[in-house]
Design a protein around this ligand. Structure first.
Ligand code: SF4
Length: 518
């Protein structure tokens, strides 16, 4: 019996899931930051008499003619349309399809139109029962997971089934859930109250099993431990567990990043441990610079008065902050976007995640927007954090969309990237990791960036020349330069954003002219 597990490609991806084209050109193959951990986790639970394969559609095309008995598709809201297309095609060929993940959990009836079965909630709990039913030809429409997954009983995910050389980082999950309940977030709805923790010994065993050698792209066979992305939603939420985990990681000498909340800055012991155990960067949801917004979204853990102090503290421990902000909150107005750009540049945030507020089905936000009649678009492809799908409170959808492009382009202009990168490098932050990257690769990479001098874009030429002047230092991070160029190319391929205040004046002016004309 053969099962194919599929992660559908999104029409356009969130930052961390993006294809790093520029790095891909260097290593000879498309490279993504991380892989979806759900499928290797499910594969590990599948009995050994069944042959399992995993297709991440970002990396490999789907072969619809392949002889398989069952297809399982993990489905997020912004991959739902593609997931349904894939499911419909396989079902037309007589292959049974099961859909799982957040979207089918929230919109079961919709998902059932495209599947023989759907799994509601955490799939691990019902997968053995589902497989048994499939083998005995008695599939039910709905498999509802009522219990929380016991991470201590979970088998090590089948990382070996992925095309490891196409990802910059390995993905490991240590906790499930989050004690907070932010209005826009699905974590609480999907995982319920409370948290689950994988025993630290299991996490260590999982990490130790990763191969020490790996092929990056086509050409680079590297003997370094790959970085690790801990795919937790809030890795330090349980302080005691986090400290136990980080203490155990110290001896492994890995580099890792994950997601946490800003209050990690209040715990020196935790920050010291994170620094010592290889925490390279941490994604923190600042979400907004306005306390009214934080109140509306129920992000109680963030205190705007503490932002500056907390940022400096985390940076002083040699940890890059990857901040995340939401645009289009109910208290946002067009004057606020310039303040956000200044805040990002001033605090030397290298890679910022900017998301347009998105009312995902199943969130408290979705229910509120629905009640207020503010949802404008139900094309799930547009629920990708990059398009306005609702009516904002203090601006038009067009104004918000324009502001999103404008902020992105402001923070990814070359002078801004250079300023933030060099400020971080000057702290010596990268130095402690530089030794992990083979010397020849550093030299080769810096030679490689000279190719970006062949352009008519003067700001790019200036950026590269300035970088080359400091490229010999061990404190510089080639990968960050390539990522910076990658982001720059991407955001400047989007429609041009205009200063939101100027844009509003322009719209008002046009409106007045129209009235006068009438
Ligand atoms: S803190 Fe983060 S993970 Fe937790 S509910 Fe809020 S947004 Fe979600």
């Amino acid at each position: 019996m053969k099962i194919e597990l599929i992660s559908p490609a999104a029409e356009t991806c969130a930052w961390v899931l993006r294809n790093f084209e520029e790095l891909g050109k260097l290593v000879g193959n498309e490279i993504f930051m991380v892989y979806p951990i759900a499928l290797p986790t499910i594969a590990a639970l599948t009995p050994s008499d069944i042959e399992v394969t995993i297709i991440d559609e970002n990396i490999l095309p789907i072969n619809f003619d392949k002889q398989v008995d069952l297809v399982g598709i993990t489905t997020l809201t912004y991959t739902a349309k593609r997931a349904y297309e894939i499911a419909d095609k396989f079902r037309q060929k007589g292959v049974k399809v099961v859909l799982g993940g957040i979207h089918p959990t929230m919109l079961a009836d919709e998902a059932l139109e495209h599947a023989d079965s759907i799994i509601i909630g955490e799939a691990e709990n019902v997968w053995p029962e589902f497989i048994e039913d499939f083998k005995n030809n008695r599939l039910k429409n709905i498999y509802q997971s009522t219990n929380k997954t016991k991470l201590d009983e979970q088998d090590i995910p089948r990382h070996d089934l992925l095309h490891s050389g196409r990802y910059l980082m390995n993905s490991v999950n240590t906790t499930r859930g989050c004690p907070n309940n932010c209005e826009f977030c699905l974590v609480h709805t999907f995982f319920g109250k409370g948290m689950q923790h994988k025993p630290v010994s299991k996490v260590i065993e999982e990490i130790k099993r990763f191969p020490k050698w790996f092929l990056l792209g086509k050409y680079f066979f590297l003997k370094i431990e790959k970085g690790i992305f801990f795919s937790d939603d809030n890795i330090c939420a349980n302080n005691r567990y986090a400290k136990e985990l980080f203490s155990a990681l110290v001896n492994l000498k890995i580099m890792w990043w994950s997601q946490a909340q800003l209050n990690i800055a209040n715990d020196n012991e935790l920050l010291n441990l994170m620094d010592r155990c290889g925490c390279y960067a941490i994604l923190i949801g600042f979400e907004s610079l306005k306390s009214e917004n934080l109140k509306i979204m129920n992000k109680k853990v963030n205190k705007i008065s503490e932002y500056k102090k907390s940022i400096d503290k985390i940076h002083s421990h040699g940890i890059y902050i990857l901040p995340s902000f939401i645009l289009g909150n109910d208290a946002d107005d067009v004057e606020d976007f310039k303040k956000l750009v200044d805040f990002i540049n001033k605090n030397n945030f290298f890679a910022t995640t900017l998301s347009i507020l998105t009312p995902f089905p199943g969130t408290i936000l979705y229910k509120r927007m629905e009640k207020e009649g503010r949802i404008l678009d139900r094309d799930w492809n547009n629920y990708n954090f990059q398009r306005v799908v609702f009516k904002p409170q203090n601006m038009t959808p067009e104004e918000l969309q324009n502001a999103y492009y404008w902020v992105l382009q402001q923070i990814h202009a070359y002078p801004a990237i250079y300023k933030r990168l060099t400020a971080l490098w000057n702290t010596g932050h990268f130095k402690k990791y530089a030794g992990k990257i083979p010397f020849y690769l550093r030299i080769l990479s810096f030679l490689y960036i000279t190719k970006y001098l062949w352009t008519k874009d003067l700001s790019q030429i200036k950026f590269i020349l300035k970088i080359m002047l400091i490229a010999y230092k061990r404190s510089t991070d080639v990968l960050a330069v390539l990522l910076g160029i990658n982001y720059h190319y991407y955001v400047y391929s989007l429609p041009k954003g205009i200063d939101p205040v100027v844009y509003r004046n322009k719209l008002n002016h046009e409106e007045k002219n129209k009235e006068n004309y009438l």
